[in-house]
Design a protein around this ligand. Structure first.
Ligand code: SF4
Length: 426
């Protein structure tokens, strides 16, 4: 069988092990032509497809253009192939390492995904320790409560997409009963958060979810229940009596990042206005800047929000401000590429950081120090912390650090108790 046919057979076998099947028709034609001309190995084809996918997502340039730019003689020799692929990788890395630039800010918020809301019986209550905590980071030992499975928002960096692949959102049909039956130690303060497996407020009181959560908080004054959200759906909170040991926290980001990477989520204005209305009702609020994203206008865009919060809220109304960055596991990076959303969320210099892919320590220190020092009025009056970051960063950013996760946890709980009035019940 002629060599050409041999490679065609090999090519059809190896391309299934790469992103090739997910690429556009035009890209597939181009890459298949080059692969047959240069007899790409599986590894070479995988790299070329990943670079093509990234360039397509970033809307910066194309693999075809970068190939032309190599200006390497289009002969079929191994040397030429190696030189071309090395040049492509260099150009791809240059784009990755240069300051990300977002061309425009989408005015409109995309409508919610058409997801089917379904109930199902879960074997047990989705209560456990924070799924992203790790031994390598200084962590607050948050307990997370999965009230709902899957989210209607579509943040390009979100790890939820690595878990939920269906167009369904699941409510546990006996969530309220399970929560009521939960036995807690009355001598202990618990910090429990919702908002990891879905948004806490997006669905309102569907299937009685907020009724169950507020009843739980009311019955357990030693629980600090944190409802984390990117939503403006606060009607339930405004129309019902909310126990003081519930805090509502908004994840905030710049309008550029919200419109380009936090698809379908509420705008910055809507989030801050929702928090203001909730605080007016006497509910303690908080703000998470996680992930902070390093792009060409990050400093002025985040600074604007930092100052706006200090103009819009009193420190007594705010329990916490947290900072964090993008940290990816390899499976989430793979998931993001497989989805292929138009996004620049992988166009950044990712380095191996404490077992995950993230920014360099230098970039983190620059962003976190700037952020913290933009809140001098609130230092000592609001609880500031780094989420999912190595303990090494705390001292240079805050001027203090906790010797252990337990020390961090108790300091956080003391601060939240002082704002919410949560008490040990025995
Ligand atoms: S610091 Fe962040 S990652 Fe660590 S346990 Fe707390 S919420 Fe989870």
């Amino acid at each position: 069988m002629p060599a050409a046919n041999n490679y065609t057979q090999k090519f059809s076998a190896i391309c299934e092990q790469t992103l090739f099947p997910l690429l556009s028709k035009e890209l597939k034609t181009f890459i298949s032509d080059k692969a047959h001309r240069y007899r790409f190995t599986l590894q070479e084809l995988r790299q070329i497809c990943e670079i093509s996918r990234d360039l397509d997502m970033w809307e910066e340039t194309s693999i075809q253009q970068l190939w032309i730019n190599t200006q390497i003689e289009d002969t079929t020799g191994k040397a030429a192939k190696k030189a071309i692929i090395n040049q492509l990788k260099t150009d791809w890395l240059t784009l990755k390492n240069s300051a990300t630039h977002y061309p425009k800010e989408e005015e409109t918020t995309l409508p919610l995904q058409k997801l089917k809301l379904e109930t199902r019986e879960k074997k047990q209550l989705g209560l456990g320790y924070c799924p992203v905590a790790s031994e390598r980071t200084r962590c607050c030992n948050l307990m997370t409560l999965d009230a709902i499975d899957n989210c209607g928002f579509d943040c390009s960096y979100c790890s939820i997409q690595a878990f939920y692949h269906e167009d369904k959102v699941y409510f546990d049909q006996s969530f309220a009963e399970k929560l009521q039956a939960l036995e807690l130690d009355p001598n202990q303060i618990y910090h429990i958060g919702t908002g990891q497996s879905s948004d806490s407020l997006l669905w309102g009181n569907k299937h009685g979810i907020l009724d169950a959560l507020t009843a739980f908080a009311r019955a357990n004054p030693n629980v600090i229940l944190e409802l984390k959200t990117k939503s403006k759906n606060i009607n339930y909170l405004l129309e019902h009596e909310i126990p003081s040991n519930i805090i509502c926290t908004w994840s905030l980001n710049t309008p550029t990042i919200i419109s380009n990477e936090e698809h379908r989520a509420a705008t910055l204005d809507d989030r801050i206005e929702a928090a203001r209305k909730v605080a007016d009702k006497g509910i303690v609020v908080g703000f998470h800047f996680h992930p902070m994203i390093h792009y060409d206008h990050w400093r002025e865009d985040y600074t604007h929000i930092f100052h706006r919060l200090q103009d819009s809220f009193k420190p007594a109304e705010v329990a916490l401000i947290s900072f964090g960055t993008l940290t990816y596991t390899k499976s989430v990076v793979k998931q993001i590429r497989q989805r292929g959303l138009k996004s620049k969320i992988l166009q950044l210099p990712l380095i191996n950081s404490d077992g995950k892919l993230s920014y360099s320590e230098e970039t983190k220190l620059e962003m976190f120090s700037h952020a913290y020092h933009s809140f001098t009025q609130w230092h000592g009056r609001v609880f500031f912390y780094l989420c999912m970051e190595n303990n090494r960063l705390w001292q240079p950013v805050f001027g203090y650090a906790y010797p252990s996760n337990e020390d961090f946890e108790s300091a956080m709980k003391r601060a939240y108790m002082a704002k919410t009035g949560a008490v040990i019940t025995k």
